[in-house]
Ligand binder design. Sequence first.
Ligand code: FAD
Ligand code: SIN
Length: 534
Amino acid sequence: MPRVLIIGTGIAGLFAALRLANAGQTVTVLTKQRPKDSSTNWAQGGIAAILDKTNVSEIDGHVADTLRAGDGMCDKSVVQMVVEEAGGRIQDLLEIGVKFEKTPHGEFQLAKEGGHSSRRILHAKDATGREIERALNDAAQHHPNISMKPNTLAIDLIQREHKSPEKGICGVWALDQDSGNVETIAGDAVLLATGGAGQLWDKTTNPSVATGDGVAMAYRTGACIENMAYVQFHPTALRMEGERPFLITEALRGEGAVLLDHEGYAEWCKDKKQDPAGLSFTLSASKEGSMATRDIVARAIDQRLAETGKSHVWLVTQHLESERLKLRFPMIAERLETYGLTLGKDPLPVGPAAHYMVGGLKVDIHGRALLASNNQTIPGLFAIGEVACTGMHGANRLASNSLLEAVVFAHQTSEYLIENHPQSNPQELPGWRSDGLDTLSEHGPIAHDRTTLNQTMRFEVGISRKYSRLQRAIRRLSLLEQETNAIWKASLPTREIVELRNMILVGRLVAEDANERTENKGLHYNKDIISIDE
Ligand code: FAD
Ligand code: SIN
């Protein structure tokens, strides 16, 4: 039986691990922190899914909304497949033990988020990811065919033949953070399920593990990375001085919360009897107001903040019933209470934060990674979840389509590996080169370089871009890359240096992709392109 190596314990990695292990394969799962530390665990709004694939009008509606959000850049056949597979994968999640919210009549309670034309989002109140992660982790920890290695940080992929990516991938070198040793871990197939890269920006909704490691490792072996310019900023992260941005789910707007700028809020306060959703000063650049797709709403807020010099806009819920909101969004209500804010009463200061990496490792319909040089598959290398670019999201992901894409592609890839056993790799793998390397004694420069990276991404590679600023970012990131690589080559690996090296590389890939684009689509918005059009 093949040995499969999976890196990452979010929805993609764990779902694939369970499917492969149930089919009798031996699976090793590495994760750099605790198994639950993932974006999946923090997902709030839910998972978009039509349960009955014979319901053509519902399927068509979900497909159409996804294509519209993707601004003409989605792969339609992938969207159709993912939307049609949703019901089957939700059934799998239910069998694994995930519990979604139901109505008193026993039907699933469906939520709505920006860009969706109907209610189709299954959820577990406002902590959907926590529930999914709980159930998947419970099942994986107890599975006899799965061996979990927490606190194990994948550093680089091992090629079957040095400098011959077309020959394929057969394992990874990984830092055991408990012992400090670098291990060589073999896999006949390696599945990257390493999630996104929100940590490149200082304002992000993502957990600390989201440092783009999968993209960086794959890029270094010659894999094709695409669409990195499409970085999704979530419009409504709570902005409290000195605190990390805490996501306020879009599902709250689905229940009637509305975004207002300061002027709009002041006007509305004069006559609160009016529903703020109907007011002309509601903050948005589209007729759908606060329920437009994320690219539009985040850009409208970003522009408004630049014009007014304010640090936030307001998400208002005062016109809604407070007790009902607290029951529907208990995690958010509890977090707000710690700041002295009450859901359904106080206006919430919110603004955009880096949220989702639409681009990533280009994969085919089976999750197989492709070579940058000729688009041929790389034997033994697969990518699933946020790290992968499947064509599903185009230039902008529709809300709650990420968990869906991750679970469907985890299934696709597992089925492929069950049908097509990967070539086994009998020879001994090379060990990590550690001769002559010193223990990193000075951590100061690394912390400083990370701050420089975060500031560069924030100011030069944010929501609104300009060619001159993108080019400035590329120059700065290239210099940072040279300096970090010099430290990297001379020192024994630590988590800080591994992640910094990866983040700088991924930041450069984002800036370069953005700089090469001559058209504004979805999440990529360059002010210079608008002025050329005008
Ligand atoms: P993740 O869940 O991020 O897991 C990645 C795993 O890889 C982690 O275990 C990490 O530790 C591990 N890892 C990374 N690098 C390494 C390495 N070098 N070595 C070892 N391990 C490594 N999407 C929706 O569809 N609906 C939502 O409601 C929703 N809400 C969200 C709310 C928040 C706050 C955030 C941050 C995201 C949300 N998203 C939502 C997006 C969605 O949660 C993610 O895109 C999705 O969970 C990604 O799953 P994944 O399995 O690909 O990666
Ligand atoms: C949210 O709950 O607003 C996040 C949903 C998503 O990222 O799809």
